[in-house]
Write a protein that binds this ligand. Structure first.
Ligand code: GLP
Length: 265
């Protein structure tokens, strides 16, 4: 795992977008795992701009989103299908047939979860998985005590998650669906590369537990410590609780892989 610290949220979201763009240029038929939430909105803004200004090409890209609420139609403004269309898919040259999000309205949810896992396998697995961090330490919707080997399944959301995501439902946690389909921790760890993006002071304590704390199902993001190729891009505010900051800065300044991103530091 590498932790890459940049001054602001703007720099961090641009960093993530540039990593995605670098991977997409190297492999035009990239299988890209996508995340939702407020942190990702700026990443998608940057990707749309890179598409318009630099011709970043999504025509062969295939995407798999981490999760979707159960019971919301794709047309519902709170659904992640709606989010992805409005933030990214409708503004770049991606083939809608190549965009995959679990169907939270499927009559048989267990069958839908199996179908989703099979689709990922048929695509050859996920090359790059983008991840945010929930206030309770979740990745996807893998709430505390999610098995670290779990696969795509339906989960009951914590009250903390309902509160965190209430702004997308008129500010009322009672309007947030109580359940979601999510890739499992094991599904996420099967990705060839993981990229977690975390910004803002409120996430500093949970980021420190995820990155430097023990690996535990209580903080499912801590499972990323097991991943052989995981980068964590953070702004200074989110990095405030980390112990080994000096070393992370040293690695970022000296690792050749990051040379073209150092203008963001
Ligand atoms: C939701 C998503 C997560 C995401 C999290 C962070 O819970 N299921 O995948 O990481 O939101 O959201 P935000 O960026 O709004 O803090």
């Amino acid at each position: 795992m590498q932790v890459l610290i940049v001054p602001t949220e703007q720099n961090a979201t641009l960093f993530a977008a540039r990593i995605i763009a670098q991977e997409l240029r190297a492999k035009p038929d990239l299988v890209l795992g996508l995340a939702t939430g407020r942190t990702m909105e700026q990443v998608y803004d940057h990707l749309v701009r890179l598409h318009r200004e630099e011709g970043l090409d999504f025509s062969r890209c295939r995407t798999f989103n981490l999760d979707e609420y159960i019971g919301l139609a794709a047309s519902h403004e709170g659904s992640y299908r709606f989010y992805m269309r409005s933030k990214l898919f409708d503004h770049v040259n991606i083939d809608p047939a190549n965009t995959h999000i679990p169907d939270g309205t499927a009559p048989d949810l267990k069958a839908e979860c199996r179908r989703y896992e099979a689709l990922i396998r048929e695509a050859g697995g996920i090359d790059l998985q983008l991840l945010g961090l929930g206030s309770d330490g979740h990745i996807g919707f893998n709430e505390p005590l999610s098995a670290l080997r779990s696969r795509t399944r339906d989960k009951v959301l914590t009250e903390a998650t309902l509160r965190q995501n209430a702004p997308m439902f008129g500010g009322d946690p009672a309007r947030v669906p109580r359940r979601a389909i999510t890739m499992g921790v094991g599904t996420i760890l099967d990705s060839r590369r993981c990229l977690m993006l975390v910004t803002g002071h409120p996430k500093a304590p949970i980021l420190a537990r995820a990155v430097e704390g023990p690996i535990t199902a209580m903080v499912t993001a801590s499972a990323l410590q097991l991943h052989p190729c995981c980068d964590v891009v953070v702004d200074e505010a989110a990095a405030a609780g980390l112990q080994e900051i000096a070393y992370y800065r040293w690695v970022f300044a000296n690792e050749p892989e990051w040379a073209e991103f150092r203008d963001l530091a």
